[in-house]
Design a protein around this ligand. Structure first.
Ligand code: SF4
Length: 201
């Protein structure tokens, strides 16, 4: 593990979430919009979107068509609009207008699965959680520290890394997967981890 930690720290010494947001609720909307889409595209859309609407109350009162018009370029816009509006209504009606700060309640919101809830827990609330997205899952399995499914992978990563570093390690692994250990054509030639990797090219 020491070599993995050293490499992640060397490549990404101060990782941060690439999505832009000004509140926990904006982060939730941005993470839901980021499914199957790049953070850069999401940021371009949310920059305009959040100038128009930025509270759960605002979004709870939108029609799906109003929201779809703003987010259609991000893909899966029909489902994303429906989920964001329903989650906003839930936040207003069940949580007094506040994004809940625990995994169980977050997972009851429309469109919010364990990965999204874990991102919100660690990035918005600074609470220990380890979100496993497609990059984390791929990198972890290539390095032999993952699992057969995302839940097993999350459990293993939580055991391997110190709890106070989960948020940092999650962000580092996402960035490592996006920019170095890509799904196709990973940069194995220049990878300090190639000696312990299951799938170096
Ligand atoms: S050797 Fe290649 S596949 Fe393995 S971790 Fe490095 S970049 Fe990824």
């Amino acid at each position: 593990m020491q070599k993995i930690e050293e490499t992640l720290d060397k490549f990404f010494p101060s990782p941060s979430c690439e999505l832009k947001f000004n509140s926990n609720f904006e982060l939730l909307v941005a993470v839901v919009l980021s499914a199957q889409c790049t953070d850069k595209r999401v940021n371009e859309v949310t920059e305009k979107l959040f100038k128009k609407w930025n509270t759960p109350e605002d979004f709870a009162n939108l029609s799906p068509q109003q929201l779809e018009k703003e987010i259609y370029s991000l893909g899966f816009y029909h489902n994303k609009a429906k989920n964001i509006i329903n989650a906003s209504r839930d936040i207003v009606e069940r949580f007094d207008g506040n994004v809940p700060d625990n995994l169980e309640e977050l997972c009851t919101l429309a469109g919010v699965g364990r990965k999204t809830a874990s991102v919100i827990m660690s990035v918005a609330f600074g609470k220990p959680a380890f979100a496993v997205d497609t990059h984390v899952f791929r990198v972890a399995n290539r390095l032999g520290i993952g699992g057969k499914d995302v839940l097993e992978c999350e459990t293993n990563l939580k055991k391997k890394f110190k709890e106070e570093e989960w948020a940092k390690r999650h962000l580092q692994m996402v960035l490592f997967g996006r920019h170095h250990c890509k799904a196709r054509n990973p940069n194995c030639e220049n990878c300090p981890l190639k000696n312990r990797c299951n799938s170096k090219n």
